[in-house]
Design a protein around this ligand. Structure first.
Ligand SMILES: C[S@@+](CC[C@H](N)C(=O)[O-])C[C@H]1O[C@@H](n2cnc3c(N)ncnc32)[C@H](O)[C@@H]1O
Length: 271
């Protein structure tokens, strides 16, 4: 699976996905997969979003930045629950349009702003945000350090950032490392460990939690849904895309079973 696309192709894949976010079947499948229907492309479940809400502990007048927000998951949910202001950024405009509409229609208590922006060039003032979150975004882009540095610039001195990422399990042989690269997301590999990247970018690591077993359970449900609705998904997405999604789910499951890949949550603060 990995390496089957470059960043531009991945961008187009996300843009196409966000055009279909409001489809009834996809929303139904997503509710079954992860408990929400915002058009999630990450593997953040509703249960994990609730945990994120507790960890971020945001309130009215505080500001959250969601980087790589897609169509608003989980940033919109966090804003709804906490009453904070939320700024959603991503590159494809399609997802952000859907997110803005949902934010407006749900009459969020705080202000909801969307901006087309790369995670590596965030167009905000220094220290603008109380919290930043991103869900499985760093494994969708090559230059992770640039994004971590850009996030560091816009967090305030007492702020925190919580993000999930799918990564290659540490300590693999080079043959297994190669197999990990083949079964995980396209840009899962890092030029350095996450600890070192965070350190260089000016972040202090507070905690990292292994979410792999929950990820595995989510993937099992996802696989069941993709098989049960295969015919309808082929009609909706085309045979190639439906098969690609099925193969991706199987490939992640295999990567987890073999211990090649994992999904983790990082809690960091300015160093
Ligand atoms: C796994 S999806 C997560 C989307 C959403 N937060 C969710 O949970 O469904 C990763 C997102 O990262 C975005 N992304 C990829 N490269 C990016 C970059 N350089 N800057 C900002 N966002 C990027 C993609 O467009 C995609 O929407």
């Amino acid at each position: 699976m990995a390496g089957d696309v470059d960043e531009k192709a991945l961008f187009e894949r996300f843009s196409n996905k966000y055009k279909l976010v409001q489809n009834d079947l996809l929303r139904q499948i997503e509710r079954s997969n992860c408990g929400s229907d915002y058009g999630a492309n990450s593997f953040t479940t509703l249960k994990q979003a609730k945990e994120l809400e507790a960890m971020l502990a945001l309130g009215a007048k505080q500001s959250l930045l969601e980087v790589g927000a897609g169509s608003g998951w989980p940033g919109l949910y966090l804003a709804k629950q906490s009453g904070c202001d939320v700024t959603l950024t991503d590159l494809p405009i399609e997802g952000l349009r859907v997110a803005k509409e949902r934010g407006d229609s749900e009459q969020l208590p705080g202000i909801c702003t969307v901006a087309v922006a790369s995670g590596s060039a965030l167009p905000f003032r220094t220290g603008a945000f109380d919290a930043i979150s991103h869900s499985d975004v760093l494994c969708c882009l090559i230059d992770k350090l640039l994004v971590l540095k850009a996030c560091r610039k816009v967090i305030n001195a007492n702020g925190k950032m919580i993000f999930s990422a799918i990564l290659i399990s540490p300590g693999l042989s080079s043959a297994d490392n190669q197999k990990a690269i083949e079964c995980g997301p396209s840009f899962m590999a890092t030029e350095d460990s996450y600890e070192n990247l965070l350190d260089v970018a000016g972040w202090k690591l507070i905690d990292r939690v292994n979410l792999s077993s929950e990820f595995f359970e989510t993937l099992q449900v996802m696989l069941g849904n993709e098989l049960d609705h295969n015919e309808a998904l082929e009609k909706l997405l085309g045979k190639d895309e439906a098969l690609r999604r099925l193969n991706r789910t199987r490939s992640y499951i295999e990567g987890l079973e073999q211990g090649f890949i994992r999904r983790e949550l990082f809690h960091v603060v300015p160093a």
